[in-house]
Design a protein around this ligand. Structure first.
Ligand code: HEC
Length: 198
């Protein structure tokens, strides 16, 4: 054998070994992957409800459970809630908003009011929101906030109405958190032309 042919021989040998080692590595990876594929956990297939799916299990037919009483919105953590939720003292409604009425609070109230109340109560509170007139299904128009009767209700009464509903009006406690309810009330006071925001 010449020196060259020996070199060729060892190069070929080295390539062959490298090829074998690559093949065995690929085989290892494939076997490993097969093992993982076999490991689907049972938890991934457990029965579960999708959001708002109906349920035969709960008596009210809904899979979503109501909020535990006293649940507060995350952004309200640290707020003094005994104060915020105190819309009555004994049997009487409180007659003023228990948090400082600032320009920001009124602006927040305007925004919330226009989202959650204006379609019925109207943008200016006159009871002429879009759902009360033009649609084929006519929602009974609410009384104008400017009427004497509604204007003279204490702030706590408004809080009660938003939290628990009032006759034909449903409750808005899930959509409007406690602080925002006072903000909406401050804005309604503004619509009513109040300058004391009580
Ligand atoms: C789906 C329509 C609708 C929406 C939305 C709505 N209301 Fe009402 N609201 C009514 C109706 C109708 C009445 C009158 C209820 C009755 O007397 O039967 C009413 C009554 C009221 C009253 C009592 C007025 C009175 O007679 O003294 C207040 C206060 C009030 N709403 C505030 C709000 C606020 C604040 C919001 C938003 C968070 C809101 N409402 C959202 C329809 C609505």
């Amino acid at each position: 054998m010449t020196r060259n042919s020996r070199l060729l021989h060892t190069n070929a040998e080295r390539d062959r070994r490298a090829a074998i080692s690559l093949c065995s590595r690929i085989a290892c990876v494939i076997i490993f992957l097969l093992f993982i594929a076999a490991c689907t956990q049972k938890m991934a297939r457990q029965p579960k409800y999708r959001p708002l799916e109906p349920s035969n299990f709960f008596r009210d037919g809904q899979s979503s459970r109501p909020l535990v009483p006293g649940t507060i919105a995350r952004e309200d953590a640290g707020t003094n809630f005994t104060n915020l939720l105190a819309f009555k003292s004994g049997d009487t409604y409180v007659d003023s908003i228990p948090i400082p009425v600032t320009a920001q609070l009124i602006e927040r109230g305007r925004e919330r009011y226009e989202i959650y109340c204006a379609m019925c109560h109207g943008k200016t509170g006159e009871g002429d929101g879009t759902v009360t007139g033009t649609l084929s299904y006519r929602f009974p128009p609410p009384p104008p906030f400017s009427s004497d009767e509604v204007r003279h209700h204490p702030a706590g009464f408004y809080f009660d109405v938003i939290t628990n509903g009032y006759r034909t009006m449903g409750r808005y406690s899930h959509q409007v958190n406690a602080r925002d309810r006072w903000a909406v009330i401050a804005y309604i006071r503004k619509l009513q032309g109040s300058n004391t925001y009580k």
